[in-house]
Write a protein that binds this ligand. Structure first.
Ligand SMILES: *[C@@H]1O[C@H](CO)[C@@H](O)[C@H](O)[C@H]1NC(C)=O
Ligand SMILES: *[C@@H]1O[C@H](CO)[C@@H](O)[C@H](O)[C@H]1NC(C)=O
Ligand SMILES: *[C@@H]1O[C@H](CO)[C@@H](O)[C@H](O)[C@H]1NC(C)=O
Length: 285
């Protein structure tokens, strides 16, 4: 089911491309509900494109119809262009309630030409505080790029265009919780956070640029769907190779490259924040 857009394919045959995309990519009408924004979120092109917008009155958001318990979930996003300072585009998995689990991508906007921050976090049993932040190696507003979450019983891996940027391993054997029993929905929203998003809140939103718009396409979930208290993966079919996927040696090298060159914040090295010592996973990861 995995399908990557390719300029070459587009050039070779626009017709074949269109047919393949409609056959293989998810359909936003089938897979998602618009949950808020009073008309500011739109599903277009027969379900192939979704846009969120934000103005001074409101942002907007959507949520998956299905719940998932493990999956490899890909989405292509094109972020708010130009002066996006103060805006936040959040794309995440989450369960419900005060002890919820959550796996987050958040894109913090910036002035034209200044870099977005990709903020990531992992919540277990209602507790986050595991932030890592990155700059991207491309302009995320010019084209669509693929942001993926691999969530299986061994680890959670965040990917950007297929390059792993962060791994959170299952370290339950060391007493560290890992999300594995609460099914999650996929959510996304575009909202304003000018108090903190850009340069820690120094740069405010320029509302004369509104509405701000982010776009989504080519959703793909290879995932265990949770319904009526049971998982579509219970039969344990060996087809689900992502369920046992881990970082091979070339992926290990790439994650090191990203972390060396593009990571701008890591809770595991923020000594001021943890004067009593770093969280236990920091020394085990
Ligand atoms: C915005 O640009 C400034 C200046 O380059 C940079 O320090 C900051 O990390 C960028 N991103 C955000 C979201 O503030
Ligand atoms: C799922 O399980 C919970 C707790 O055991 C129960 O309260 C609920 O009714 C179940 N839901 C369905 C759809 O079977
Ligand atoms: C499926 O396979 C995994 C890995 O081999 C195993 O840990 C798990 O218990 C199996 N689940 C079921 C429902 O059989």
């Amino acid at each position: 089911m995995y399908f990557r857009t390719s300029k070459t394919v587009l050039l070779i045959s626009g017709v074949v491309f269109t047919l393949l995309v409609s056959a293989l990519a998810g359909n936003f009408n089938q897979d998602f509900d618009i949950t808020w924004g009073d008309g500011r979120a739109k599903i277009l092109g027969n379900g192939q494109l979704l846009t969120l917008s934000l103005d001074k009155t409101s942002g907007s958001g959507f949520k998956s119809k299905k719940q998932y318990l493990f999956g490899k979930i890909d989405m292509q996003l094109k972020l708010v262009p130009g002066n996006s300072a103060g805006t936040v585009t959040a794309y995440y998995l989450s369960s419900l309630g005060s002890t919820h689990d959550e796996i987050d991508f958040e894109f913090l906007g910036n002035l034209s030409g200044d870099p977005y921050i990709l903020h990531t976090n992992v919540f277990m049993q209602g507790k986050g505080n595991r932030e890592q932040q990155f700059y991207l190696w491309f302009d995320p507003t010019k084209d669509f790029h693929t942001y993926s979450i691999l969530w299986n019983p061994q680890s959670i891996i965040f990917y950007v265009d297929g390059t792993p940027i962060r791994e959170f391993k299952n370290l339950e054997s060391n007493g560290i919780p890992f999300p594995k029993s609460q099914p999650m929905w996929i959510y996304s929203s575009l909202w304003d956070a000018e108090e903190w998003a850009t340069r820690g809140g120094l740069v405010k939103t320029d509302w004369s640029q509104a509405p701000f718009t982010a776009s989504y396409q080519n959703f793909n979930a290879q995932a265990c769907i949770w319904a009526s208290n049971s998982s579509s993966c219970s039969s344990n079919s060996s087809k689900n190779s992502w369920l046992t996927q881990s970082l091979d040696s070339s992926s290990q090298a790439r994650i090191k490259w990203v972390q060396k060159n593009y990571m701008i914040y890591n809770y595991c090295t923020d000594a001021k924040r943890f004067p009593q010592g770093f969280p236990p996973e920091c020394s085990l990861a």
